[in-house]
Design a protein around this ligand. Structure first.
Ligand SMILES: Nc1ncnc2c1ncn2[C@@H]1O[C@H](COP(=O)(O)OP(=O)(O)OP(=O)(O)O)[C@@H](O)[C@H]1O
Length: 332
């Protein structure tokens, strides 16, 4: 029944990104000038989790590379690689061999190698709000051949980390805002994935509805549920996914998603999550107080608040209340 499981991986870039025409056009318009030898516009992509931000940015940059031989592109996940050295290394890997680069290579040298590129270079900095080095964006923006697509959950999370001089550059970037998917859009995305991954007749409309309902606007959740449901059906020796398979699949898929998010946490983020697991419900100040007792070099309160938003965004924790009375708890 499952004839191409790869299509149901969360990082698979589909052949088409459906129901995102307005966003697709904006992104294309920002980058299009590069095809005529002109300077493209920087882009800031923001929106909730599972809304297709990464998928559309990767799809658009892949199309650009197909259309123009001299344009190079690179994708960097700044959550996994948040420090300056890793980001610079990823960027250099996108333009040539890097076997002569190691931890002790001066980072100015790495930067100057980027400055020497002749061809347009479009880089996607995903989870850009996680960048640990706030000077790096300014330095990258100073390289004329380099165009940056920044992806974040909220624009403020990037803006707040930047100096005023650099903020104005970001303000002039093209904004591409994503909303959560509606039910019918999720059904269409699932349908396309099912057609590419499963044998015909493997899933019917009521089951697609059931998956889309459970995913509540998040395409990553929807696709992970579908993958797990297909697996359940296979283990059951069946040729089609039933509603029961989906009911069994959803909690298991949620565990997989949660584990994937936990694996991405930095050491400090993990400590903050552990504090909440231990104490149940806390206010940001209390979280910061507990956290600072566990590290030698604690992050600032502002950074901890940013981390809390990130954990909430990935459904690891929940919050209640606003302003000073806001409380966080681990997600159930
Ligand atoms: N319009 C779409 N058409 C086809 N597949 C889609 C679409 N939108 C999202 N997907 C798929 O859903 C999954 C999640 O999308 P994506 O990673 O782009 O979300 P995101 O907005 O970047 O989320 P996050 O902020 O959590 O990283 C991916 O497998 C992606 O290929």
């Amino acid at each position: 029944m499952l004839h191409n499981a790869r299509v149901l991986d969360a990082d698979w870039v589909p052949n088409d990104v459906i129901h995102r025409n307005a966003e697709k056009n904006r992104l294309r318009n920002a980058l299009q000038p590069v095809l005529d030898g002109d300077q493209p516009q920087d882009v800031l992509v923001e929106g909730p989790s599972g809304a297709g931000k990464t998928c559309l940015a990767r799809y658009t940059s892949a199309k650009l590379e197909e259309q123009a031989l001299d344009v190079q592109t690179q994708y960097v996940d700044c959550w996994n690689h948040s420090n300056r050295y890793r980001v610079l290394l990823d960027l250099l890997e996108g333009i040539g061999p890097t076997h002569d680069i190691h931890r002790n290579t001066p980072q100015d040298e790495m930067l100057s190698r980027l400055e020497q590129i002749d061809d347009p270079y479009v880089v996607i900095l995903d989870e850009a709000d996680q960048l640990a080095d706030k000077d790096l964006l300014r330095e990258l923006w100073a390289i004329p051949q380099l165009t940056v697509i920044l992806i974040a959950n909220r624009e403020e999370d990037i803006l707040n980390a930047l100096d005023e001089r650099v903020r104005s550059r970001l303000r002039s970037a093209m904004r591409v805002r994503f909303d959560q998917y509606h039910h019918d859009e999720l059904v269409a995305i699932l349908q396309a994935r099912a057609e590419a991954a499963l044998t015909p007749e493997a899933i019917d409309e009521p089951q697609l509805d059931q998956l889309a309902d459970a995913a509540a606007g998040n395409a990553r959740d929807a696709i992970t549920f579908l993958r797990q449901a297909a697996q359940e059906a296979e283990w059951d020796g069946r040729e089609a996914i039933t509603s029961q398979h989906i009911r069994t699949a959803i909690p298991a898929a949620r565990d997989t998603l949660r584990q994937r998010s936990l694996d991405k946490l930095s050491e400090d983020q993990r400590l903050i999550y552990d504090v909440l697991l231990e104490h149940g419900s806390l206010m940001p100040k209390e979280i910061h107080d507990h956290y600072t007792t566990r590290v030698d070099d604690p992050k600032t309160k502002r950074t901890v608040r940013k981390y809390l938003r990130k954990l909430e965004h990935y459904n690891l924790i929940e919050s209640e209340g606003e302003g000073p009375s806001r409380r966080y708890t681990p997600a159930t």
